[in-house]
Write a protein that binds this ligand. Structure first.
Ligand code: ATP
Length: 243
């Protein structure tokens, strides 16, 4: 198994925020994670990224226990809603940043960044500065910047939360395309039921610091705790009333 989370526990003072977290994820899969506000989703992602230390338990990535590694040594990217681009760098250089740190040759960088800009459907925007882009375009650049370094694991914390419905839908399609193209393994936290079903190969539901990962989408949809049945009943009710 590519990612194995074993018995992770995290408390802040007396608050047990993450309680005995156990789950696994295969390589190149996306696990969508839903859960009410305050149930511990961000804390879980930050613990895996190394930004928060767990009280106990193990994080195993590609067969290696990474608990004692610094965030920068984990090859994990944590991407959140308001992720900021470097304001003084243009789009090309924002995307190229991680490759320059890795000291790739200029030829390689130009080739890879140009390909990424194409995949992101941002052709013609390379020379613009971040403040000259729309919110959706900025979010695409953030994605490109994260994916181009080929992280072992991508952690997404409600990445499309601030986008309007249409842009959000286009980002979902693009995300699916890019994760396949770049063979990304990811955890995708969202508050949106439909987005969770669309984005995830697997779906998990977090409740009071515990995560349940469903065997399949059918089990998720049929569990009354996830809210899907409630949603279906709502739309069915509208249909009957408008007939
Ligand atoms: N650094 C911290 N110090 C103390 N308490 C914290 C800290 N970080 C998080 N918490 C607490 O842990 C709980 C879970 O927070 P977390 O951000 O993980 O929730 P979440 O599920 O991501 O919520 P949301 O969906 O609203 O983003 C909250 O009660 C929060 O106040």
């Amino acid at each position: 198994m590519f990612l194995e989370i074993k018995d992770i526990v995290k408390s802040f003072h007396n608050e047990h925020v993450v309680k005995t977290l156990n789950f696994q994820l295969e390589a190149h899969q996306t696990l969508s994670i839903l859960g009410k506000s305050g149930c511990g989703k961000t804390t879980m992602l930050k613990t895996i990224a190394g930004l928060v230390s767990p009280d106990s338990g193990s994080i195993i990535l590609n067969g290696e226990r990474i608990n004692d590694k610094k965030p920068s040594e984990r090859n994990i990217v944590y991407l959140y809603q308001e992720d900021l681009l470097f304001p003084h760098l243009n789009i090309f250089e924002n995307i190229a940043f991680g490759l320059r740190l890795k000291k790739l040759s200029n030829t390689d960088i130009t080739e890879r960044v140009s390909q990424m800009i194409k995949s992101l459907e941002l052709e013609g925007q390379a020379k613009k500065m971040p403040n000259q882009l729309s919110g959706g375009q900025r979010q695409r650049v953030s994605f490109g910047r994260a994916i181009i370094t080929e992280p072992s694991l991508l952690l997404l914390d409600e990445p499309f939360g601030s986008l309007d419905a249409g842009t959000r839908q286009r980002m979902q399609v693009l995300f699916k395309k890019l994760t396949k193209e770049y063979q990304i393994t990811s955890l995708f936290v969202t508050h949106d039921l439909k987005e969770a079903v669309l984005m995830g190969d697997k779906i998990g539901y977090m409740h009071k610091g515990q995560l349940k990962v469903y065997e399949g989408k059918k089990e998720f949809i049929n569990d009354p705790n996830t809210g899907v049945q409630h949603e279906i009943a709502f739309w069915d009710g509208l249909k009957v009333n408008s007939d």
